[in-house]
Design a protein around this ligand. Structure first.
Ligand code: C5P
Length: 218
């Protein structure tokens, strides 16, 4: 039996789950995987080879060829890569190819905090702690807008909100692994929480859940 503990952190784009997952991992001494990077790196590889995100066979081949170095590519945070990532993420073959990487990561002691869309529902349904981090769409768009301005990029609030709503729709309605909270997930709405308050709320859930499963204690 694996001695690794997994904390699943799912939620829509720009809800604060990445920051929360990274800080939770630091605090608990676990490894952190941002699973969105796997889909972004797949899209980036595809662009590089001249493929289109809706070309299923090419997208699956890009996912199968992925290695750890691809996760540190510099262009992965770009908006166009994010939009293409959400298109390749709807392809079953791409998701299957990336599942193995995620399982290996999750099973490596001491364990991991993994953030994404389907970690609690598909990738690690046995995780003892599952969080679903969300916030109102306008607030998520506002955060993404501020983030882009802070990076010196040009940004238009209306365009960001429209893109975010389009991605929410694609992520929640796709046939394979749609975005939704696992039945035993605890929802944390960060609309009115800052990063420290979100971390406190998450740590309280972790303490409570691990008390219920002391054999899984860190
Ligand atoms: O989280 P991030 O915005 O980096 O993810 C990019 C895209 O990858 C998302 O819009 C989503 O479609 C997809 N994704 C997914 N499953 C995950 C993580 C990301 O489908 N576990």
């Amino acid at each position: 039996m694996s001695t690794a503990i997994v904390i699943a952190v799912d939620g829509p784009v720009a809800a604060g789950k990445g920051t929360l997952a990274r800080r939770l991992a630091e605090r608990l001494g676990l490894r952190h995987l941002d699973s969105g990077l796997l889909y972004r790196a797949t899209a980036a590889r595809l662009f590089e080879s001249g493929g289109r995100p809706d070309d299923e066979a090419a997208a699956e081949a890009a996912a199968r060829a992925l290695n750890e170095d691809d996760l540190s590519r510099t262009n992965l945070r770009h908006e166009s890569v994010g939009a293409a990532a959400s298109v390749v993420a709807a392809i079953g073959g791409v998701r299957a190819a990336l599942l193995e990487f995620q399982h290996r990561f999750a099973a490596t002691p001491p364990g991991a905090v993994i953030d994404g869309r389907d970690i609690g529902t598909v990738v690690c349904p046995q995780a003892p702690v599952k969080l679903f981090v969300t916030a109102q769409a306008a607030e998520r768009a506002r955060r993404r807008y501020q983030e882009l301005l802070a990076r010196g990029e040009s940004a238009q609030f209306e365009a960001i909100l429209a893109d975010l709503e389009e991605r929410d729709l694609r992520d929640t309605t796709r046939a394979v692994a749609p975005l939704r909270p696992a039945e035993d997930a605890v929802v944390i709405d960060t609309t009115r929480l800052d990063a420290d308050q979100a971390l406190e709320a998450a740590l309280a859930v972790v303490a409570e859940r691990l008390k219920l499963s002391p054999d899984k204690a860190i």
